[in-house]
Structures are given as C-alpha cells and as structure tokens.
Design a protein around this ligand. Structure first.
Ligand SMILES: Cc1cc2nc3c(=O)[nH]c(=O)nc-3n(C[C@H](O)[C@H](O)[C@H](O)COP(=O)(O)OP(=O)(O)OC[C@H]3O[C@@H](n4cnc5c(N)ncnc54)[C@H](O)[C@@H]3O)c2cc1C
Length: 376
C-alpha cells in the first residue's frame, strides 16, 4: 500500500507525520509506505521570510531538511518536480528522468504560487519574499544599496499580512544600518490588511506604520511597472529604487493540467478532503478549496496542518473501511486569525475580531521554534 505525499510544505509534512505516527497502519499493512515528493529539499517556514530582511533569522533556522525528516519518520523522500498525474493509472510523473511513480493513495499539497496579475514587467522588476531564495535575494539587493548617496525609495506592493510584515522588517533593517529611506506600501483595497473582517486591526497596524514614517497608499492599483517608476490606474506615478511584491497568490500551475473539479483553479474537495468525485486522492493546504454552508477555509499554515491531519486519518479510515472524519476549519475567510509581526520585536494577534498585542511576538516565535523542532 503506497501513499504519495506530493508537496512537502505545511500540509504535506503533516500528512506524512500523522501517517507515520499511526502505527496501526503499519501493523495492519506491513508493506505500507509513505513517499514524500518535493521540488525543494527543504520545508520553508514562510511566515518568517520577512525577518530574513532584517537579519533576525537566517535561512537554516527557518527551513527544515526534508530528507532528514523523511528518514526520521520512516518515509522515503524524492527531490523532484511532478509534471503530471494520471489518475486512471494512479501514477505521478516526475520531471527528472521522467519517472512514473505508482500510488494507492495520493495527497496533493503543492501550495500556491505568487501572482503578478499579468501587470507588465511587474515580475521581472520586483523582488519577493514568497520563497526563501527570493527573501535572500531581496536582502542581498538591499545590502547593495548605497543609502547615503540620495534618498532611497522602497515600494512594497500589497498591504496584506506579508506586506505589512515586510515594512516592519525594512524599518528595523534601516534602523540597524543607521540609514534612512522612504517606504511606501501600496494597496488596491480601501484599507491595510483588507482580508481581516474588522477595521480595528487595520487601524492599529496602519497607525503603527504611519508613526514610523511609512507612506500608505490605499485604493491605489498598479497598472504598470517600469525601471524606477510605477504607474497606478489613477494616473499617478511613484518613483522607486527597489520594489518588493507581496500581493496575491494563484493556483500552482500543475493544477492547470489536471482534469478534476476546481473552484477558480483550486482543487475542489469534499467534506473529507478528497478531491471531489475521487476516493483515493486527497488535497490539503493552499491548493485545496473547501467550502461548506457558507464557510470557506483560509489559505494559511494553521489550516494546512489541520487538513493534513484529517487527510491522514481519512486515508487510514478508508483502508480500514471506517466512516470518514469531516474536516471543520477554524481559521476561515469569514473569521480569520493570525499573528502579525510588525518589526521592533512587536506583533499583534488577531483572534475573533480582537487585537491582542501583549506577548504576541514572543508567542509567534514560540510557535515557530516549536514547529521547526521536528526537523532537528
Ligand atoms: C511570505 C509569506 C508569509 C506567510 N505568513 C503566514 C503567516 O504568518 N501565517 C500563516 O498562517 N500563513 C502564512 N503564510 C501562508 C502559509 O505559508 C501557507 O498557507 C502554507 O505554507 C500552506 O501550506 P501548503 O502545504 O499548502 O503549501 P506550501 O507550504 O507552500 O508547500 C507546498 C510545497 O509543494 C512543493 N511543490 C509545489 N509544486 C510542486 C511540484 N510540481 N512538484 C513537487 N513539489 C512541488 C513546494 O516546493 C512546497 O514545498 C505565508 C505565506 C507567505 C508566502
């Protein structure tokens, strides 16, 4: 019995971990084996990527060796990119050497990709922190700037969670370097942190950033990016020296090839996290679209992990011919919650519409360290 976990981020790692913990599976099916496949060799703790900019963390601290992790839990790890899936033949096809790997159960947990919304030159001219490599490149680009020569202008596009965290870390970066620069954060929606349902968190974070000299441009949509100048849809222009893109995600491009039910390109899952209409294929994390009775799961690390646990349990229940467990999201689109770090070792916790700032940064770092321990 072979379970393939395709994509080893928060969701995939949780699936593999849970499957390996449940010794009943191994006892019952002596040859049960778990194969983890990822195009990267390390799990990336994306929530900490903005802190790469200020040097508060280094890549090794916030990424985990997947080979070592797989060996620890008794799974196999294959470092390769999956280029297609044949659901009828129950095989995944990989890029290197074009291998076809058979499965009995498949979990698709390939996350999301950054989108530049087709805005001309945005991708080519922007830096990003979405991947660890991108975060390191952004930090290297900052390090090369001569802040004493003229006033440097940093533009951060997107005032969601990542955007405001990036601004916080930029402020710390400049403080430590004893340098100054103008920072503008650009958001097409009317408020900072537009996906959070109440205004209190947006107002709190906006004030925090304004007090530290950041320019906030809301209701401002990017139309075009050129060398050193951004043009907005309202006709205004913004000169820049470095642009950091933090706006928007889209479905993983592999999903375009898969002929299965989707919602706006994301994999549509049933209440048990199986891809709709399939009994042996599950989807978890950002790649899955789950909605029941008007409640939509959020695309965040917390739900990716929760879904990973439920999918693992449902694989075991399917094998044992037991009733499957329903997935119930907690961190939802309708009721989101998050730690938002703001630089200066400060953070806010947004939970049930409330903003809590006491010990929030320490708690956030505690959660991060506890998670990364599994890779030691
Ligand atoms: C900068 C940033 C900050 C964030 N901050 C927070 C935060 O503070 N709190 C929070 O809850 N969430 C945060 N998120 C979101 C959170 O990281 C994601 O929701 C979470 O990682 C989703 O887990 P996942 O397993 O679905 O995908 P991922 O963790 O992205 O893992 C997907 C894996 O699939 C692999 N993969 C993709 N395609 C292929 C392929 N074709 N073949 C092989 N492997 C493949 C990738 O290499 C990757 O390892 C942040 C995201 C970013 C980018």
């Amino acid at each position: 019995m072979k379970v393939i976990v395709l994509g080893c981020g928060f969701g995939g790692v949780e699936v593999a971990n849970e499957l390996s913990k449940r010794s009943e599976l191994r006892k019952r099916l002596k040859d049960a084996d778990i194969t983890m496949i990822d195009r990267k060799t390390r799990l990336e703790y994306q929530a900490a990527h903005p802190e790469i900019l200020s040097g508060k963390v280094i890549p090794e601290e916030i990424s985990g060796d997947l080979n070592k992790f797989a060996a620890k839990i008794g799974a196999e790890f294959i470092n390769d990119t999956v280029v297609n899936i044949d659901f009828k033949a129950k095989k995944v096809k990989t890029k290197n050497g074009g291998k076809e790997i058979a499965y009995d159960f498949l979990v698709i947990s390939i996350g999301a990709e950054q989108t530049f919304f087709g805005i001309p030159s945005a991708e080519e001219l922007s830096y990003s922190v979405n991947t660890l490599k991108g975060a390191v490149e952004t930090k290297n680009a900052l390090d090369k700037i001569d802040f004493s020569a003229k006033e440097i202008h940093i533009a951060v596009i997107g005032a969601g969670l990542t955007g405001v965290e990036v601004v916080g870390e930029l402020i710390d970066y400049l403080r430590d370097k004893k340098a100054s620069a103008k920072i503008s954060i650009v958001e097409m929606m009317p408020q900072v942190l537009p996906t959070f349902s109440t205004e209190n968190v947006s107002n709190y974070v906006s004030k925090f950033l304004l007090d530290r000299g950041t320019e906030i441009l809301t209701e401002t949509a990017v139309q075009e990016v050129r060398e050193r100048e951004i043009t907005f849809k309202n006709g205004k222009k913004l000169p820049y020296d470095i642009i950091i893109w933090t706006a928007g995600i889209k479905p993983n491009s592999l999903l375009e090839k898969l002929e299965v039910p989707k919602v706006k390109g994301w994999l549509k899952v049933d209440p048990y996290l199986r891809v709709e209409g399939m009994k042996d294929v599950f989807a978890v994390g950002d790649t899955a679209s789950f909605e029941r009775e008007g409640v939509r799961s959020g695309q965040n690390a917390e739900e990716a992990e929760r879904q990973g646990e439920v999918a693992a349990e449902n694989i075991i229940r399917t094998i044992k011919a037991e009733k499957l467990r329903r997935y119930r999201p907690k961190n939802t689109i309708q009721n989101p919650r998050a730690f938002i770090s703001l630089g200066s070792n400060k953070a806010v916790m947004y939970f049930r519409g409330m903003v809590v700032n006491v010990f929030a940064y320490r708690l956030k770092k505690f959660v991060e360290r506890r998670y990364m321990k599994r890779f030691e």
